[in-house]
Ligand binder design. Structure first.
Ligand SMILES: *Cc1c(COP(=O)(O)O)cnc(C)c1O
Length: 395
């Protein structure tokens, strides 16, 4: 059996999105900046997509900038707010310890430029406390950035509460909503966000396309200089087929969102309940305040990388930590932030489901994951020490 359980890394392209892609690429090949009718037809498609994306988020069309994906949108929001803040002498940024690298590395760049970065901790449940944000928000803060849902452990953050604290203090607020859009109810006004990043390939759209929502009046500077596309906020000929495919994918995701959430969270709960029976393991992140499709565990006495390879042999595509951390030997910053010690953090497994997964697949996972964990433990000197009492179990 083949089981794709890595939907937080990327999703399969929805058929309707593929159709929109090819149709736009062939029928609307003009450059939207061209004055001739071929260009103007393409421009109409572009603006129609912008209006539909805006509607899906409760935004205004002119508040949407199309980007190459979530990373670019995060970078643009953060750098724009920081540059504007610095001009007013505000050089502190508040964010969290569990952000995606697209946010953390943009903040690192600003730190090298002289900004102060305060990363809020999370509880062992993987959730940031609004009270901690409140303490950190001062006069000198030019931006607060808190992700809506975490990509590794799926926890949903109190973004609405923190955005309200920022609003009361006139501090610009950004949320990386890449894991949330298409999956949770996301309305920029309900959330109170000034900036919001999304990415198409996390909800059945193509890779390499996303959007940044920037509220009217929120400072926005281009990362890429050149032509006047995107009202001067992002130069470069628009990736129109991808933008059209993203728009269709988001509408399709939202059309069935409540049913999908109920279906996927039932699969998730079945998987969590079953895997919890494995000895010396722990679920990462809060049991209920998490994305419908996210299952993340740590298993003591094994290496996550070996687990992935053996699972791959059994036809299972899974992940350990985030795709961006694989290849490096450092354990995930998110798992460390929820208090997992290094050894335990190394034994992590992330299975992320969506509407394409079935109960049969979950049952297959419930057979192969315990088998593979046992196989690896039987080969592990660390496990032998644990069972012989030479080391203490943590989980
Ligand atoms: C995937 C992801 C990103 C990056 O999006 P890309 O479109 O791949 O650049 C950023 N933030 C989160 C939370 C993500 O899951």
């Amino acid at each position: 059996m083949k089981v794709y359980a890595d939907n937080a890394a990327t999703t399969r392209l929805r058929p309707e999105a593929l159709r929109a892609y090819t149709e736009t690429a062939t029928e609307f090949f003009g450059n939207p900046s061209s004055l001739h009718s071929e260009g103007q037809r393409a421009k109409e498609v572009l603006e129609d997509c912008r209006a539909r994306m805006a509607k899906a988020l409760g935004a205004l069309p002119r508040e949407i900038v199309f980007t190459s994906g979530g990373s670019e949108a995060d970078n643009q929001a953060i750098l724009s707010a920081a540059r504007a803040g610095a001009q007013k002498g505000k050089t502190r940024i508040v964010s969290t310890a569990i952000e995606h690298h697209a946010v953390l590395h943009a903040l690192n760049r600003l730190k090298r430029e002289g900004f102060t970065i305060d990363l809020l901790p999370v509880g062992t449940d993987g959730i940031v406390r609004a009270a901690d944000a409140e303490k950190a928000l001062g006069e000198d803060v030019c931006l607060c950035s808190v992700m809506l849902a975490n990509n590794e452990i799926g926890t949903v953050q109190p973004v609405k509460e923190i955005a309200a604290l920022c609003r009361a203090r006139k501090i610009p607020f950004h949320t990386d909503a890449v894991q949330a859009v298409g999956h949770l109810n996301v309305d920029v006004n309900e959330l109170g966000a000034d900036y919001l990043a999304l990415s198409a390939h996390k909800f059945g759209g193509p890779r390499g396309v996303g959007a940044l929502y920037a509220r009217t009046g929120a400072p926005l500077s281009p990362l890429v200089e050149g032509g006047a596309q995107e009202r001067g906020k992002r130069a470069g000929t628009e990736n129109l087929p991808a933008i059209a495919a993203m728009t269709v994918a988001l509408e399709a995701a939202l059309a069935t969102r409540p049913e999908t959430e109920a279906y996927v969270s039932a699969l998730r709960d079945r998987l969590i309940d079953g895997l919890s029976r494995i000895p010396h393991c722990a679920l990462n992140g809060d049991r209920t305040r998490r994305l419908a499709g996210n299952v993340s565990f740590c298993f003591e006495g094994i290496e996550g990388e070996s687990l992935l390879l053996l699972l791959d042999d059994k036809g299972v595509s899974a992940s350990s930590g985030s795709a961006c951390t694989s290849g490096s030997l450092d354990p995930s910053h998110v798992l460390l932030a929820i208090g997992r010690v290094h050894d335990v953090a190394h034994g992590s497994l992330r299975l992320t489901l969506n509407e394409e997964n079935t109960k049969e697949e979950v049952d297959y996972l419930l057979t192969v994951v315990p088998e593979v964990v046992e196989t690896l433990r039987n080969m592990s000197p660390v496990w032998r020490d644990l069972t012989e009492g030479k080391r203490k179990f943590i989980l």
